[in-house]
Design a binder for this molecule. Structure first.
Ligand code: ADP
Ligand code: MG
Length: 345
């Protein structure tokens, strides 16, 4: 191990997966020390913001806040919409990850950024991390981190395809020799699926449900392919649009797969498009290596099967798909074999 690296590791070397839904923080040689929703709740009094909660505690407030309090997901659309509030969230989460010890002492922070992000977006992310107290910020392309975390052979001359399905976007990339040979991103992910469930239930059952409820329906009975028959049936609660009162309906796996069809077909379209764009030698590798799914969306029931059917290629869900990006970004800090995958911030 190089000496400078040895010294570089004396403080807190952090890798941050700043996701639209979840933020994970990995401390070098320790592992993941924080995994919480990317949510912040604040109250505005006389134009001044007072932070009420971040992470899991703030998520519980989504859709349930009184008038003067707002619970928001500052990275919701994959871009930092409100830089100030994003910074506050990062700072609080890092403080929490380090057990209250100062972020100012951490030397080296690696933040995973979507490969489709613009220079302006990268600058916003980097500024947010340094304003939150990091002394040095480096960036890593999210698909690269995802592939590393999934254990793909990114340092070898072997093409590998990773599909990371997050809340806001799905990123498809082909990696080889520490570099990204192809990357593409579509604005479809878990959020779109949740919205599709909300509108399906409204249209077919006249019931208005919240996004948190829709997400839990997706987790319980969400499937990328139609089941034989109706499949499992569950009860969903919300507000009845006919009489304005709280109400409940029953909804089936078959109905939810119908609601999710459009999102699933967009993901399949993005993968097909990536395969068409891939150089022949790399494409040949992908036939053998197959496609690896990461991100929370990889856990959608039978998505691997749907992608296998659409492409004819082997498809596997990475182990712990929700933590791949953070573990991969952490590896980039820890292991010299990955020198060259980090970008100056
Ligand atoms: P991001 O990187 O954008 O923060 P994540 O990779 O953390 O996103 O994934 C979060 C998304 O994964 C959410 O939309 C969540 O609902 C979805 N998700 C998590 N578990 C499941 C599951 N079992 N089935 C379907 N979707 C899931
Ligand atoms: Mg992600």
């Amino acid at each position: 191990m190089k000496l400078k690296r040895l010294f570089g590791l004396t403080g807190h070397d952090l890798a941050i997966d700043l996701g639209t839904v979840n933020t994970l923080i990995h401390v070098a040689h320790k592992g993941i020390v924080l995994n919480e929703p990317s949510v912040i709740a604040f109250e505005t009094i006389n134009g001044q913001r007072h932070i009420k909660a971040v992470g899991s505690e703030a998520r519980l407030m989504l859709g349930k806040t009184p008038e003067n309090v707002r619970a928001v997901r500052p990275l919701r659309d994959g871009v930092i919409a409100d830089i100030d509030i994003a910074e506050q969230m990062i700072k609080r989460l890092v403080d929490k990850a380090l057990g209250g010890s100062s972020f100012a002492r951490s030397h080296n922070v690696v933040v995973a950024v979507p490969s489709g992000s613009t220079m302006v977006e990268r600058r916003a992310i980097r500024d947010a991390a340094s304003n939150a107290g990091a002394s040095r910020v480096q960036l890593i392309e999210e698909p690269m981190a995802a592939a590393m975390g999934a254990g793909l052979p990114v340092t070898e001359p072997i093409g590998a395809m990773v599909v990371d399905i997050g809340g806001g976007t799905t990123e498809v990339a082909v990696l080889s020799l520490r570099g990204i040979a192809y990357s593409g991103s579509v604005r479809v992910g878990g959020d779109k699926m949740d919205e599709a469930i909300v509108s399906f239930v409204r249209r077919h059952h006249n019931l208005l449900i919240g996004e948190v409820t829709a997400e839990s329906v997706k987790h319980r009975i969400g499937r990328a392919t139609k089941p034989d028959g109706t499949g499992e049936v569950i009860t969903v609660k919300g507000r009845d649009l006919m009489n304005g009162r709280p109400g409940e309906i029953e909804i089936s796996e078959a109905q939810i797969s119908e609601a999710l069809r459009e999102s699933v077909s967009q993901i399949i379209g993005a993968v097909r498009h990536a395969l068409e764009q891939t150089a022949p030698e790399l494409a040949a590798d992908i036939i053998d290596e197959g496609i690896t799914l990461t991100g929370g969306g990889a856990l959608l029931g039978r998505l691997d099967e749907a992608l296998h059917q659409a492409t004819g290629l082997p498809v596997r869900v990475a182990e712990n798909p929700l933590t791949c990006v953070a573990r991969g970004a952490g590896l980039a800090l820890e292991d010299p074999i990955y020198d060259g995958v980090l970008r100056a911030g």
